[in-house]
Design a protein around this ligand. Structure first.
Ligand code: H79
Length: 452
């Protein structure tokens, strides 16, 4: 599916991740099944979801033996060079007495999110579900012993949120692939056949409900070969035909794209919006501060304005935003994350129509804000710079059709008067600015099929 196009886009935005294997491209023409098409449609309409990084790294929270370990919190095992036996002991302190799956899901729902994406197993190899393939999991090793994925799958079902799963290919704990014991006894293929595949079956086979998307990460180690990526992609098609798979399953990423959607990290694709072809699905994953897994010293929280405008930016380019929280080991969520999400939820309650199920801007970015469209009869203007009196805009490339109505999403019953001359439309806006973060104006056109 347009691998060249995707390759170009990713090279532009993900240079930091560009470290594929040495092997050549594998030709992998993709025919998307009807089931996958349907999931991709759901994915694209949803626009906004929650990422959750939770695991043993939440215990040290950025500090080891009283000393800071720099970098993203979930990498502390490697960056802090913590011996495996010592790292394993964090499990005894992973005691989420305040974990409330319903509360997490409700937080996502109130923020206007449609899905939740959680780390079932991050690079450290610790599993958040009761896996029969290992005892290095939350049920077998922690005091509370609760299957986190099961609890979340129940809560998600109850609140109509889709549960999606993150899975790290690389594993610092598994003896067959861990960088800690590179020796002749290591058997990469044994890990794939007897560990990774059974685990994916446990996760996607039905126990946790239908999982619409799986999000692989940790594709860059030498031992992970393009054939293995293809094998896993095909395997998922077999065990869960509706589940869409992200691009990072390919070890040659981003040069070879296997997968159904593209996942830029900490970055919104910066190519002109007109270069993103409709039908290419992507999702920007983003932190609310500077870490994925909880770090007690990271207080660089994004403002409400930055969060809301980022969501608009992403939607105006036709993508999804999956925004991360890093809960603490006791199951609580840092308050600044909760506050930011609530602010987004309040904005979406008024303006959600201009985000969910929309398409990218027909005219790129404007100095005053961003645009989204819905169907062929609605354009939404997300205004960042509120005009002092009148708003002038050229409608070229949008619609030559008659304007039916112009109104603010926060006051939909009140039409704004407008004057149209040729391709230009002019209208007065109320003062003061209703929402300095972003006020949305809807322009509704006459539909083509009008029987009058
Ligand atoms: O889970 C979060 C991060 O832990 C994970 N992805 C998000 C969602 C992530 N880990 N690393 N990165 C993202 C950045 C990757 C950096 C890399 Fe490299 C540069 C991979 C290959 C080259 C660092 C240097 C790791 C290997 C060499």
């Amino acid at each position: 599916m347009k691998p060249t196009m995707r390759g170009v886009m990713l090279c532009a935005v993900m240079v930091s991740l560009a470290n594929g294997g040495e092997s050549g491209k594998i030709d992998y023409p993709q025919e998307l099944s009807a089931e996958k098409q349907q999931t991709l449609e759901w994915f694209s309409e949803s626009r906004f979801g929650m990422f959750i990084h939770w695991g043993l790294y939440s215990v040290p929270a950025g500090e080891y033996h009283g000393k800071k370990v720099d970098g993203i919190g979930e990498w502390i095992m490697k960056r802090g060079n913590i011996p495996t036996e010592e790292y394993e002991q964090f499990a005894e302190q992973f005691d989420p007495v305040k974990f409330d799956a319903d509360a997490w899901v409700t937080l996502a729902k109130d923020a206007g999110m449609k899905y939740m994406l959680i780390t079932t197993k991050h690079h450290d190899g610790f599993c958040l579900w009761d896996s029969p393939t290992t005892d290095y999991d939350v049920v077998d090793r922690t005091p509370d012993g609760q299957d986190v994925i099961k609890a979340l799958s129940k809560a998600c079902k109850k609140h109509d949120i889709q549960l999606c799963l993150y899975y790290s290919v690389l594993d610092w704990h598994h003896p067959d692939v861990s960088y800690r014991n590179r020796d002749a006894k290591q058997d990469f293929n044994r890990y794939v056949q007897t560990y990774m595949k059974p685990q994916l079956k446990e996760l996607l086979g039905g126990e946790y409900g239908m999982i619409p998307m799986i999000w692989f990460d940790g594709f860059w180690e030498e031992w992970w070969k393009p054939e293995m990526g293809k094998e896993i992609y095909d395997y998922i098609k077999e065990i869960s035909p509706s589940t869409i798979v992200n691009d990072r399953i390919s070890s040659d990423f981003p040069r070879t794209i296997i997968g159904d959607y593209v996942t830029p990290e900490q970055n919104i694709p910066s190519v002109p919006t007109s270069n993103i072809k409709v039908g290419d699905f992507w999702e920007t994953v983003l932190t609310m501060n500077n870490t994925w897994g909880y770090r007690k010293d990271d207080n660089s929280w994004k403002s409400d304005r930055e969060l809301i405008r980022t969501l608009i930016e992403v939607a105006s380019r036709g993508g999804n935003l999956t925004l991360n929280i890093g809960p603490k080991a006791d199951g609580t969520i840092p308050q600044p994350s909760v506050d930011g999400l609530n602010a987004m939820g309040r904005w979406l309650k008024v303006n959600g129509e201009a985000v969910y199920g929309t398409s990218h801007s027909p005219i790129g970015m404007m100095p005053w804000g961003r645009l989204t469209t819905k169907g062929d009869d609605k354009v939404f203007l997300h205004i960042f710079e509120w005009p002092r009196d009148r708003f002038n805009m050229r409608l070229e490339q949008m619609s030559g059709r008659k304007i039916k109505r112009i109104y603010l999403l926060e006051q939909p019953e009140k039409s704004l008067e407008f004057v149209r001359s040729g391709m230009e439309v002019r209208f007065a806006v109320p003062q003061p600015c209703p929402d300095p973060i972003a006020t949305v104006i809807a322009i509704e056109f006459e539909t083509k099929r009008k029987n009058k």
